[in-house]
Write a new protein. Structure first.
Length: 225
């Protein structure tokens, strides 16, 4: 059962305005696609979707494919274009593979999708689960082969690239000075390669996001909200 703190308000439990019959299979699935797009910083050039348990059994009937692809294309949960997302992906000549896994969910939840996508040399793998009411949790993020494991709702600030630990410390100090409230820090480093997620306890302002990106332009920032 999902914990109360996984939801920001009663509206998250009731569910958002959306296209489709189910907040878990459509609104939540859109947000999983949107989260992947945020990490890619654009429309993917290649997409592989692995479904587990409930998603694997019912994705076609519940419109989950349209929802995830709509999110990957940058559509909101109430965008009418979600209904045509599969056809849009085909028209853009984006290779698409959908795999119905028969093993237990790798996200410890029946509504689980692992999305593998890329733009150029940037390769993203995101494991997301839809826990109801349009709320999602991110269970893992892998960027160019370096993975972090999570169990977090949104918002998340994700940072990747090449740097040393001193830069990470300076960046965290700057975020604190900007009044960005960090609830938890999850990171993985391989030599100087970094993948980090900061779980925020409230949304980050556009001004703070733009400022941190400009100051640490050698890193890639992705805000998932």
């Amino acid at each position: 059962m999902s914990r109360a703190k996984d939801y920001q308000s009663a509206f998250d439990i009731i569910g958002p305005v959306m296209i489709g019959p189910s907040s878990s299979h459509t609104a939540g699935a859109v947000k999983i696609g949107q989260a992947t797009r945020s990490l890619l910083h654009g429309t993917p050039e290649h997409i592989v979707i692995h479904y587990y348990e409930s998603f694997a059994k019912t994705h076609d009937g519940h419109g989950t494919d349209h929802a995830i692809l709509g999110g990957l294309l940058g559509y909101s949960t109430f965008d009418e274009r979600i209904r045509d997302a599969i056809e849009t992906v085909k028209s853009l000549n984006i290779p698409l593979q959908i795999i119905e896994e028969e093993i237990d969910s790798i996200g410890d939840h029946p509504n689980c999708a692992l999305i593998k996508s890329q733009i150029g040399s940037r390769r993203i793998e995101l494991n997301g689960i839809s826990i109801g009411g349009g709320t999602i949790k991110i269970k893992s993020i892998e960027i160019n082969g370096l993975m972090i494991s999570l169990d977090h709702t949104l918002p998340l600030l994700v940072i990747d690239g090449h740097c040393d630990r001193n830069i990470i410390g300076d960046m965290l100090d700057d975020l604190f000075d900007m009044n960005v409230q960090i609830e938890q820090e999850i990171k993985s480093m391989n030599n100087d390669q970094l993948t980090m997620a900061l779980h925020l306890d409230r949304p980050m302002s556009d001004e703070a996001y733009d400022e941190i990106k400009e100051k640490y332009s050698q890193l890639t920032f992705s805000y998932i909200s």
